[in-house]
Each structure stands twice: as C-alpha cells, then as structure tokens.
Design a protein around this ligand. Structure first.
Ligand code: 13P
Ligand code: SF4
Length: 324
C-alpha cells in the first residue's frame, strides 16, 4: 500500500447526553425534517437497518435522483453524498462524518487530473463515481462498478477512452469489453489488500467454497474468483446461488445484507494481507449512529458545492443515469 496515504483514525464519539435514546431520536428527527436516510452496503449493519434505502453507489444515486425528501442524510462516503448534492441542488445533503473520504477519490485531485488529461485531448473521459465533483466536471460520462461495462460499451466503437481512477476496475472493464483504455493508476485501500496467497490458504481450509470478488481487487485475486461483481451483483449472486459457502473478497459490510438473504449460507470474509481478520473500509466506519443523530439534530456536516462546478459535474452523471 502507498505509505503516503493518510487513513482515518477510529471514529470519535460525539459528546451527547447518555440518557438519550439515539435510535428513537433519529426516528423523531427524520420525520420532523422530512429526511430520507440512504445507506451504502458497506455501512455497519445497525445503520443499514434503519435506513430508508440501502444500496450500492448506482442504486443510491438513483434513489437520490428521485427522492422528494427535503433532507438527504447520506450514510456513505463523501463522493456519494456529493453526487446526491449534484443531483439535488436545493436539498440539504448531510454526511454524518465530514472526513469520510475514499482513497480513490482523494488520490485523484482535479488539478493533477486536468494536467494528465492534456495528453489525451481526443479521448472520451469515463470516470468512476468514486471521484470528486472536480473530476466529474472534466468527464464525459460517469460509471459505477455495476454499470462500468455497459457505459463503455455505449461509446462508439472507435472512441479512444480514458478511464479513472481505479486501475483494477479499468482492467476488468477492458477484459469484458475488449476495449483498450488509458487508465489513471488509482486503487482502493480496502480491495487492494486482498491477495491470491491468502485466498489459496483460505480455500484449502474451506474446500468447495465459492470465491466471489469485487472488480476493484487486483487481477491475481480476480483470476481466482468464481464470480466477479459490483456490491449489488455480489449480494444478488449469493441470494440466488445454490452454493452454501462463500469466500467474499470485498468490504465486510456487505455480509450483513448477504446473511439476511441467505441465513443458511456460510459467509467467510476474505482477510486482507495486513494481519487484520476482516476488510473494513476505514472511511465508511467513521459514520456511527451517534453521528447520524447529531447530523440530523444540528443539520450538519452539510455538503455544499459551487453552482458552476455542480452544473458541469451533473452532465456526465445524468448521462450515466439515462442509460438506466
Ligand atoms: P459499488 O459501486 O459496488 O457500490 O462500490 C462502491 C465502492 O466504494 C467500492 O469500494
Ligand atoms: Fe473508497 Fe475503497 Fe472505501 Fe470504497 S471501500 S469507499 S473505494 S476506500
């Protein structure tokens, strides 16, 4: 892993009256504010359980595009809440912890990206949704891991393509579309930690287990997978598969939803190559129930965006959403 990356530390507990029933207060404030609570599948189970809608990045941006709530409490990371704001300029969008970033988005700054793109003036720019508004504003179309292949296939056959910022997702899209792309060399700190070596060991201990993986994993890991899919793709696979034991190479939060659909299945989170037993996104983990309550109570941290930037970032997001 890149040693210059600064990862968030353990979530701090906000100073709130210990006699408060936080869940009941969230319930009350959600009604009072006319708020919708959106949660990514990587959030803790208790957050997923109280959300109005739980989904992957694509599902959540579709929900954000159609909500009639006044307030969107986005339980995910910054780029997800920012995408909700791009789609809803007049609504209040709250993120429980303002520091909930993403290694992909944080390591692809707008100014460096603009300079890099100067080398590829005649290319179509496809950017993963895990980017800031500054990158979206320089892109022709956005994709998520659910629709990346479809997005690239929607481009003219002779289009030259730049793909940013995840190099592994980019390589997987190349493999599935037969299209060559210029790739920004970004990576996810969670998915990059899975290794083929650890998977081989785990499979030896669990013969017959199916390995399933997110396309942000590196190629040697994907080569071992029986199924590769986005967060929703992986959950749907487990839901509908006749198999009973799964080794899951993605963020451990998805196990909550998988287990709910398949209480009979044995789900084994693939361990990262770091000594930890489970792969947990340190940014997602910054959001806690206490912080959800404080965000609804104080109506902050709020996502704000320069209007000109928002309009430029909106176009490629809308182009993706129009694909369905
Ligand atoms: P999804 O597009 O599958 O929701 O993934 C988002 C993400 O952050 C993956 O690490
Ligand atoms: Fe970003 Fe990786 Fe966390 Fe997803 S799991 S939000 S890509 S750091």
């Amino acid at each position: 892993m890149d040693s210059s990356l600064v990862l968030p530390t353990m979530p701090e507990r906000p100073n709130i009256d210990p006699s408060i029933d936080v869940e009941a207060e969230i319930e009350r404030l959600r009604k009072e504010r006319n708020a919708v609570i959106l949660a990514h599948y990587y959030q803790d189970g208790e957050i997923q359980d109280l959300a109005d809608f739980t989904g992957d990045s694509l599902g959540l941006s579709q929900q954000a595009a159609k909500t009639d709530a006044d307030v969107i409490l986005f339980c995910g990371v910054h780029f997800m809440a920012e995408t909700a704001k791009i789609l809803n300029p007049t609504k209040t969008v709250l993120l429980p912890d303002a520091d909930a970033g993403c290694s992909l988005a944080d390591r692809c700054p707008g100014d460096l990206f603009a300079k890099w793109l100067e080398q590829y003036p005649d290319h179509t720019v496809v950017s993963y949704i895990n980017t800031t508004a500054a990158i979206k504003a320089q892109s022709d179309i956005i994709c998520t891991s659910s629709n990346a292949v479809r997005v690239v296939e929607s481009l003219p056959k002779d289009a030259k393509i730049v793909f940013a910022p995840d190099r592994h997702l980019g390589a997987w899209v190349e493999k599935n579309t037969g299209r060559e792309m210029v790739k920004w060399p970004g990576f996810c700190v969670v998915h990059e930690q899975f290794t083929a070596r650890k998977l081989v060991q785990l499979r030896e201990r669990n013969p017959g287990a199916q390995i399933i993986a997110h396309p942000e994993c590196e190629q040697t890991v994907l080569d071992m997978a029986d199924f590769i899919g986005s967060t929703t793709g992986l959950i749907e696979h487990v839901k509908n598969s006749p198999e009973k034991v799964f080794i899951v190479a993605t963020e451990m939060g998805v196990l909550h939803s998988m287990q709910r659909h398949r209480p009979d299945a044995t789900l084994i989170g693939a361990p990262p190559d770091s000594g930890c037993e489970c792969a947990s996104c340190p940014y997602m983990r910054l959001n806690t129930l206490d912080k959800l309550y404080v965000a609804l109570r104080d109506m902050k941290p709020e996502i704000t965006l320069d209007e000109e930037l928002r309009k430029r970032a909106l176009k490629p997001v809308e182009r993706m959403l129009a694909l369905g």
